[in-house]
Design a protein around this ligand. Structure first.
Ligand code: SAM
Length: 272
């Protein structure tokens, strides 16, 4: 999987995402992460990428032109790579690719999804991460200052996404949050493929409590069942703990899980 981040602060994204598990996943070739500096694409001779907003108001707005050109540089590079994978000869002609895409204006259906990080988008959640993890390429557009000129958003963005109902200074941290959540679902990124499956939200339930050595700490003993070696009983205990914990901490999620389980139960009964 390939993550492409359009940003004014590429070093922030690269430093943040090339450490620990994601850093290892990149070096092993399970995924790539590139940060593209929008400023490199401005036509302004002083390197300016922002300006005042029409109609007045505080703050500066990122202009359409550098964002649009940075986007097309990435989209063309992806199209070139795909063409090279599909038919090596066609890759030599950038014009050919533009033609196949139907020109820059009509290419959206063939272009990768573009996530615009914005407090106005749909709130990010685990199911969205699972859906995005199926893509081969994802482009993230990070705003700064007061945001981005609406016209370029209309032309290139497919998915406006928020990470919560609060306002941050830029889209870099939200992009990193999303990439982290999506990347750990990419096969091979986590050492143990099981871990994503048993974690919180996977089945609309929070994860059960977990313990490591020593067996007794601060006079608190690890639950006996976990030391029993009886895997079926351990699974049963963990599910019960997950249900109890979700009911207590996230009643909204618990209701969702209950309704889903009841409907699955009804369907099973109908079949038998
Ligand atoms: N004026 C914008 C508004 O009221 O909707 C907020 C702009 S914010 C100061 C600057 C940038 O930070 C946004 O363009 C967006 O990329 C990012 N951002 C801020 N809060 C965010 C959130 N909750 N989720 C995702 N991105 C966010």
């Amino acid at each position: 999987m390939n993550f492409h981040v359009l940003t004014l602060f590429p070093e922030m994204v690269m430093q943040g995402l090339h450490t620990s598990i994601l850093g290892r996943a990149v070096s092993k070739g399970y995924m790539t992460i590139e940060a593209v500096n929008i400023r490199d694409y401005t036509n302004d001779k002083h390197g300016k990428v922002d300006d005042y907003t029409y109609g007045g108001g505080a703050g500066m707005l990122m202009q359409a032109q550098p964002v649009y050109d940075a986007y097309w540089a990435v989209a063309d590079a992806i199209a070139n790579r795909k063409a090279a994978e599909a038919e090596p000869a066609a890759a030599e002609s950038a014009e050919g690719i533009q033609e196949r895409n139907g020109g820059s204006g009509c290419a959206r259906d063939r272009q990768p999804r573009v996530v615009y990080l914005t407090p106005q988008g749909r709130t990010f959640h685990q199911k969205m991460a699972e859906e995005f993890a199926k893509e081969e390429d994802l482009i993230f557009l990070c705003g700064h200052y007061e945001g981005i000129d609406e016209r370029v958003i209309e032309e290139i963005v497919t998915d406006p996404v928020s990470i919560g109902d609060y306002v941050l200074t830029g889209g870099e941290l939200p992009a990193m949050v999303m990439i982290d959540a999506i990347a750990r679902l990419v096969p091979g990124v986590l050492h143990n493929d099981e871990s994503a499956v048993s974690e919180s939200f996977y089945h609309d339930l929070l994860e059960y409590p977990q313990y490591s050595r020593p067996e007794i700490w601060h006079e608190k003993k690890v639950p006996e069942i976990l030391l029993s070696g009886n895997h079926a009983k351990v699974d049963e205990w963990r599910l019960a703990q997950s249900i109890e914990r979700t009911k207590k901490l996230r009643p909204d999620l618990y209701e969702k899980w209950k309704q889903r389980s009841e409907s699955e139960c009804r369907q099973d009964k109908k079949k038998s």
